[in-house]
Design a protein. Structure first.
Length: 186
């Protein structure tokens, strides 16, 4: 067991450890959700995301457009099935964790970086709240991306990162309008 852990921790620095962990995370949680909801319908929030995503509108009376756009693109690639929406939700959570890892690797290396990710995986927000792709969970990956781009912009003072931070902030606002407060914090 210790050699597996050592190999994986070495893989974190070599570049394959975190993607392998996140792929396992998506696989296990998608399987869990598929089994847990075998005899249940999809949550109304997920159905709402699918309904809104049937067309590429600029939003509606209830939600900004990002949730619908992501769902639309997802259902173009994957079939409209329960497992597909579970996979979407957990992929969204894994992308969020990956972007957080991009930020973490700027400040921590090796075991510390892996521990940050493992501790975040224990939080209910990345499993139980992330199990339904909806107007709130669409921000799980977008907010960390905006923060990462802002930090890179602040560190490097490069125009490219500033533009990326602005675009990520705009994308966050297209997810939820209250994301403007995130952008104001920049």
């Amino acid at each position: 067991m210790a050699s597996f852990l050592d190999t994986w921790l070495d893989g974190v620095e070599e570049g394959w450890g975190i993607p392998a962990l996140l792929a396992l995370f998506v696989l296990l949680w998608t399987a869990f959700l598929g089994i847990a909801y075998l005899n249940a319908d999809l949550h109304p929030d997920v159905i709402e995301a699918w309904v809104i995503g049937r067309t590429l509108d600029w939003g509606g009376a209830k939600h900004p457009p990002l949730m619908g756009w992501v769902t639309h693109v997802w259902t173009v690639v994957f079939p409209v099935r329960d497992w597909s929406f579970h996979l979407l939700a957990m992929t969204n959570a894994a992308v969020a964790l990956w972007v957080i890892d991009l930020t973490t690797r700027r400040f921590a290396k090796g075991d510390k970086r892996a521990i940050v990710l493992l501790l975040l995986m224990l939080l209910p927000i990345y499993q139980f709240q992330a199990q339904r792709f909806n107007a709130n969970s669409v921000l799980f990956a977008v907010w960390p991306l905006a923060i990462y781009c802002f930090l890179r912009s602040f560190e490097t003072r490069q125009v490219g990162w500033a533009v990326a931070a602005g675009l990520a902030g705009a994308l966050a606002i297209l997810g939820k309008y209250y994301s403007a407060f995130l952008v104001f914090g920049f």
